[in-house]
Structure formats: C-alpha cells, structure tokens
Ligand binder design. Sequence first.
Ligand SMILES: [Zn+2]
Length: 216
Amino acid sequence: MNFAKPLPNYLVKRYHGWKATTYSENQVWYRRLATEGQRPRAMVISCCDSRVHVTSIFGADQGEFFIHRNIANLVPPYAPDGDHHGTSATIEYAVTALKVAHLIVLGHSQCGGVQGCIDMCKGQAPQLEAKESFVGRWMDILKPKFDLVADVEDSTDQARQFERQAVVASLENLMTFPFVSAAVEDGSLSLHGLWTDIGEGGLMCYDPQENKFVAV
Ligand SMILES: [Zn+2]
C-alpha cells in the first residue's frame, strides 16, 4: 500500500506557523473547546468552491459554525432509502443532536456546479448527462428550477439568477426533512438563504414574502 504520501512542505510550514502563533496564543481556549465539546449556534451549507469562505465573511472562530460543503450548496430531498446520504446526515446531526438555532444556505456567484447544470439543461454537457457522472447526478437536484430562468437571454444574468434558485431549492428541500420542518414550526430553528458575490464582496438574503434576494 503506497497510496498516501507525506504532506507537501508548504503545508507543513504553514501548520508549524499556526501552531507557534495562533494556537499557542490561544491554547487555553482551544483546550476548553476540546473538553467542553461543540455548541455551534448555526449550521452553514455552502459550496465547495475554494473562493467561498463563510468563516471569513462572518469573522467566525472555531466552534461557531457547523459547516457542510458540497457542489453548489445543494440539499437533496428527504429520501430515507438506506443509501449513503452525506448532506442529509450532516443536517440530521446539526438539527437533532446539536440543535442549531440557524441553518444557513450560502450560494455564490460564478458557481461552476450551477453553470454545469445550465449547460446540461441546454443539452451542452453530454459528459454530465452520463449515468456515471457524480456531478451530473448531483446537479439533477437543481434541474426542476431551470424553467424559472430558461427565458433569461443574458447568460451571465441567467447564471446569477440560477445560483439564487439553487439556494431556494435547498431551502425548499430542507423543509421536506420531518425533523427540520418540525423545528422550524416550533420556532427552535430558522432557515436563511444567502448568496454572495465573490468579486464585489456583496451578500444578499432571500426574502420569501417577496420571493427575491435583497442586499444585507
Ligand atoms: Zn459553487
């Protein structure tokens, strides 16, 4: 077995830098985190995209957010079929065990996953249509929303709108989980839909009454 290699040097250096500064200056706090366990007030579901940094946007420290990241910040519909459901498992743990008060879905601009779904819906991505494409099958979650943006002529505008629809689809699918809808209805959990503009640093929040995103 020789499939795992030592860490590259640049990461080893960065780790030792962190240990000697940030960690050593806050050792008491880190030890308290370790012994007292986590009590995050919020869960965040964001895209894997390396440009999306929810902890930077909100200036958050360790212990504050229970974070799940996947392609295009999607929540699949509730499907208790005995299969492997990573996203659903994180939601179940956050809501039923950690009892987070807030569940935030964070979408973003220039999302490659959402663009892939657009290409697929336009018949321009046969590689994503293949049964073997994990990305393609994952993005199927968003396909039903394409009708809402199909007529938008400007492709950039269409992508930005579809990225926000990905957030709305996730919020709707969250409500199909019985433990989520029960917690929302008894007031112990609130859902939030956000979308961030990477280039501009903007942040918009979904308003379900108006069915639109408004600047935070
Ligand atoms: Zn993305």
